[in-house]
Design a binder for this molecule. Sequence first.
Ligand code: KIV
Ligand code: NA
Length: 270
Amino acid sequence: VSRRLTAVDIARRKGGEKVVSLTAYHAHTAGIVDPYVDFILVGDSLGNVMHGLETTVPVTLDMMILQGLAVMRGSKRALVVVDMPFGSYEESPQQAFHNAARILKETGAGAVKLEGGTHMAETVAFMTKRGVPVMGHVGLTPQSVNTMGGFRVQGRSEEGQKALEDDAMAISDAGAFAIVMEGIVEPVARRITEKVPAVTIGIGASPACDGQVLVLEDMLGLNEWVPKFVQKFGSLRAHIEEAVTAYAEAVREERFPGPEHVYQETKKEA
Ligand code: KIV
Ligand code: NA
């Protein structure tokens, strides 16, 4: 019997074959990426991508559970990791466990991800000791946009580098099986990956990490603007525009629907 990859399978990949991940928010995109990735991230970036929000701050637990369920239905092989949204875990270890348990029970996902470094270590330890596989997320943490004063690359100052290394080590020591490192300068990403036992997953954090993740819509070329760290591996926006233009013309010129798309009173087809 085939089974899904687990957090334990991902943890074993430290320093080995690169871990590959993409985000997905829907059953259909989850099904498309499932055979090719090690884990699917149901990111709270769904707030930006699906809902047109400027930040991830307004994303709710209900939104994450709904999309987590859709991704579980659409996939069968990859580990599914669901982001804990802003406000659902920061208050206390108890609050974090309570909401993580809701995610795991209501979606069937295999792990949760939360943002933060040393200040979240106690919470991560509380959760992992009680059966919740946790993925950390350090560096540029978009849920803290209001205290960071914008989205900035992390680790350019000496204090910043030290803080990042402490953050990653604290989350790894607390039992996280992996840590997303977002928007971190290369030397720091490399040092952390060498030092820290948890698998490091980079996004804008150089090839030195143990694996990589991208937002699916960004790498497919669905979004016009993408950050510097994204490569557009596809050009879906152009494909969609082409198809929509052709459809609109066909309707206006009365070429669609054609005879083959029309139901008649007597059924001719088998
Ligand atoms: O929400 C998200 O898509 C993420 C990735 C960018 C790591 O957290
Ligand atoms: Na996220």
